[in-house]
Design a binder for this molecule. Structure first.
Ligand code: MN
Ligand code: MN
Length: 446
């Protein structure tokens, strides 16, 4: 059978599937609007009708450069008449039909909390995205946790520093310093906390719906199932030693939890002021382990396209090892093309829908799509942008294992190049080169 017949059969099967899937898809319409290189039903129907002719021209196209070939490709190359996971492909149009500029096969840099095993128990749940899910992500790991009203994440400590943002509801958090002073505060949506490694701490959901939050740890292989727990410690010290250490009898030791509590329901606490009064002179007031209003604080990085709020040790001094930026993008807006000279980037998507391309050495380049609840990863120094491809604002977090946020803007760099240097590299007229923004805007005005 001639190769052309195979191609034609694939084309027809694809046309049928496309036609079945088409109706009422706003997302697909959005993709159509995103550029001439996208597969579109309109374009496809036309292509199917002229399949034989286009096969001839496509064959000629293969003799041209890769850029020309892939930009000018006909849609039948992307047809998939066999099995496919339609739900996943609809979420990831840039995996289904990559932009022609993608190249090679960079390691995975997308995962979603909604694909992970959820540890569900009385009082709430937890799940995590770590180096086990995104193998290149050695610097940071994330945990997403829910505590119902009154429920505790058991008193504990761990090897990694803990950075957190409240996503919904309210919680009371506490942490004790090595000097014995205790910090305690209530946090709500958009508030942060930071607990250094080894400092014992607590989190308790408050009245109403309780809370949900994101934790980020400065250790890629962190596991939320691998923390030091108060219950474990006391259950595995001989009772006669407990009696010498605490003064509790064997009968009293028997009443301690025999195994971990981890997440568990409890009574709501009293007012914060009462807890502070109880601590008295042991209340820590110098070091501020919480930060209020991370989603609303004033920022110089604000344009018509959105905003970026940087939170690092310069404005949240206890966050010595983890820096962050909260980025908001209006529909269609982009977080400008840039890279970070001092750390890889771990992203958490709070709201909206967007896409990101990363360009690694080689070159290897890949574009991937993101939705709320997803995690993205950018290898150290790799160039990238983020585009809002949805209809509502995108809100996402850029997280770094460093004390200070830094980024390099490609526009700013080009604008600093003397004319001949810029022209020699870009092969464009100077007047064209000088149209770009002359400074780092972070989020571009649309
Ligand atoms: Mn913790
Ligand atoms: Mn970035």
């Amino acid at each position: 059978m001639p190769a052309d017949d195979n191609e034609l059969r694939s084309t027809e099967a694809f046309a049928e599937k496309e036609a079945n899937a088409e109706d009422g898809s706003q997302d697909r319409q959005n993709q159509e609007d995103r550029g001439p290189d996208r597969l579109t039903r309109r374009a496809f129907v036309g292509t199917a009708a002229m399949a034989s002719a286009s096969l001839v021209s496509a064959a000629n196209a293969f003799s041209q450069s890769r850029r020309d070939t892939m930009e000018g490709r006909t849609d039948d190359y992307a047809s998939d008449p066999g099995p496919e996971n339609k739900v996943l492909l609809d979420l990831n149009p840039d995996s289904n039909l990559p932009p022609f500029t993608d190249k090679g096969n960079p390691p995975p840099f997308w995962y979603s909390f909604d694909l992970t095993a959820k540890r569900l128990q009385g009082g709430g749940w937890t799940h995590q995205v770590t180096e086990r899910e995104i193998a290149q992500s050695k610097d940071l790991a994330g945990v997403n946790m829910r505590l119902t009203s009154g429920s505790f994440r058991e008193l504990h400590w761990h090897l990694a520093d803990e950075w957190a943002i409240m996503l919904a509801g309210r919680a009371r958090v506490s942490v004790m310093q090595p000097d014995g002073n205790m910090f305690i505060d209530d946090v709500e949506r958009g508030d942060l906390w930071y607990f250094p490694a080894g400092y014992p701490h607590s989190i308790q959901g408050l009245e109403g719906p309780g809370c949900e939050f994101l934790l980020v740890f400065d250790q890629g292989d962190f596991s939320e199932d691998d923390t030091f727990l108060l219950s474990d410690l006391l259950a595995h010290i001989p009772p006669d030693v407990i009696q010498k250490n605490m003064g509790w009898t064997r009968q009293e030791w028997d009443q301690l939890p025999p195994e971990e509590l981890y997440i568990f329901p409890a009574e709501l606490p009293g007012p914060l002021e009462a807890d502070k009064r109880f601590l008295g002179s042991r209340l820590e007031t110098e070091n501020q382990y919480t930060f209020h209003g991370a989603l609303t604080l004033p920022t110089p990085h604000q344009t018509a396209g959105g905003s970026a709020r940087v939170l690092d040790s310069t404005n949240f001094p206890v966050s010595k090892n983890i820096a962050s930026a909260v980025v908001v993008l209006k529909p269609g807006a982009i977080r400008e093309l840039h890279w970070h000279p001092n750390a890889s980037e771990w992203q958490y998507w709070i709201q909206g829908k967007g896409r990101m391309t990363i360009v690694m050495t080689g070159p290897k380049a890949r574009t991937s799509d993101f939705n709320a609840g997803d995690v993205g990863y950018v290898p150290n120094m790799a160039g990238h942008y983020i585009e809002n491809t949805g209809t509502e604002d995108v809100i996402f977090l850029e997280m770094f294992r460093t004390h200070q946020y830094q980024s390099i803007s490609v526009n700013e760099w080009i604008s600093r190049m003397p004319d001949r240097m810029a022209q020699a590299h870009l092969r464009l007229p100077v007047s064209t080169i000088r149209r770009i923004p002359s400074s780092q805007l972070v989020v571009l005005p649309k």
